[in-house]
Design a protein around this ligand. Structure first.
Ligand code: 6PG
Length: 233
């Protein structure tokens, strides 16, 4: 596992931002695709991005790994959070932003967004290949919106699928496991002591950890895991 342990969530965001800048600047392609995630650490990342020089994002296209089925101005909208903290303050062109329509019917939206990805992300083996997919990990081992009780989404042949949060019942549109796994690079941002137990089990390859969606991606060679000390202390 490629694990980078930083002092604090802020340092996790700053360290990843620096890696990303290097990857964007050394990419030979004219454009660069990133799938963003929801969750707490990306909020720090978005603020950090907005506070710096945003020239590096000129040719970057932004997508999402998952979205909650709520309107874009809802406080739980992953797009809404990113817009408030990053796109608007950094004046990112709307042409570079490809959001999941959380306000639409989830099944229809998962089909529409699959087409958006096929048309706007480079294809590899007929499937969209993001330059970078950013992921978090929930305390139940979920990632994007693939939850442990919906492991079939890991193997689904669809590009996107509809998921249901196991506790709240909230519907989500998510990339499937195969789409995430097809990315050139996968980056985890995981912070806080609540992730300690799951992370240790994944690291030790405990049999139980095979039941969690985050596990497979964490063990991939092209995955970079950025954690803060609270996760391993
Ligand atoms: C979402 C996510 C989700 C998230 C994890 C970790 O929209 O909720 O994309 O997979 O990344 O739940 O969230 P935290 O960073 O808040 O722990």
């Amino acid at each position: 596992m490629n694990i980078n342990t930083l002092e604090s969530p802020q340092e996790v965001a700053v360290s990843f931002a620096s890696d990303l800048q290097h990857w964007i600047e050394s990419s030979p392609a004219p454009s660069f695709s990133i799938a963003l995630s929801g969750g707490s650490t990306p909020k720090i990342l978005f603020k950090h991005w907005a506070s710096g020089d945003c020239q590096m994002f000129k040719n970057v296209n932004f997508f999402w790994g998952d979205e909650r089925c709520v309107p874009p101005d809802h406080e739980e909208s992953n797009y809404g959070v990113t817009n408030d903290l990053f796109f608007r303050p950094a004046s990112i062109s709307p042409n570079n932003v490809h959001r999941i329509h959380g306000e639409a019917d989830p099944v229809a939206e998962s089909i529409r967004y699959s087409k958006v990805l096929q048309q706007n992300v480079e294809l590899e083996n007929g499937s969209p290949q993001f330059d970078v997919v950013i992921l978090g990990m929930g305390t139940d081992g979920h990632t994007a919106s693939i939850f442990p009780n919906q492991m079939e989404l890991m193997e689904s042949e669809s590009i996107c699928a509809v998921a249901t949060h196991p506790e709240t019942g909230q519907r989500r549109v998510t990339l499937t496991g195969n789409t995430i796994g097809n990315a050139k690079k996968i980056v985890f941002l995981v912070t806080g002591s609540s992730k300690k137990e799951k992370f240790a089990a994944i690291r030790n390859r405990s049999p139980e950890s095979e039941l969690w969606p985050a596990t497979r991606f964490m063990h991939m060679d092209n995955t970079f895991i950025n954690i803060d000390e609270a996760v391993v202390r």
